[in-house]
Design a protein around this ligand. Structure first.
Ligand code: HEC
Length: 117
């Protein structure tokens, strides 16, 4: 009991530390943390200045600059099976709600540029 309660407190503290108000009860995204997690996205959703050869030959949607709620919704849809693309399903299956929020905060930055015009 006490253990789960302290977990809730820690989670709430993390949300406050994250700054941005949580939208609709979802965890607040931390762009700095998201940045540490994007290595697994880079190969396909390459970023200008940190580009792999991959996006040139592989067509992936532009995710930089999208609304964070849209990105989280898309990742949840892959994880939940509403979207069926195999690679994105495999990726999303390994993401927690917090990972998704952090990644969305990172990719939603206005100056973010992913590959793909
Ligand atoms: C193996 C290549 C690959 C990797 C790795 C990958 N993606 Fe994707 N991603 C794709 C492809 C291909 C699509 C389009 C799938 C479709 O048509 O549903 C996509 C779609 C998306 C979408 C939906 C975009 C939209 O506008 O509908 C989001 C959001 C997304 N990816 C985020 C991520 C994030 C975040 C990561 C890293 C955690 C990641 N992807 C890693 C290939 C990849």
């Amino acid at each position: 009991m006490t253990r789960s309660k302290s977990l809730v407190v820690a989670f709430a503290a993390a949300l406050v530390a994250g700054g941005a108000a949580a939208q609709g009860g979802a965890p607040a995204g931390d762009a700095a943390k998201g940045r540490e997690k994007v290595q697994m996205c880079q190969g396909c959703h390459g970023i200008d200045g940190w580009r792999t050869a991959f996006p040139e030959v592989y067509s992936v949607p532009k995710i930089g600059g999208q609304h964070p709620a849209y990105l989280v919704a898309a990742l949840k849809a892959y994880k939940g099976g509403d979207r069926t693309h195999p690679s994105m399903r495999a990726i999303a299956a390994g993401l927690s709600d917090q990972d998704m929020a952090d990644l969305a905060a990172y990719y939603a930055a206005p100056d973010m540029k992913t590959a793909g015009k």
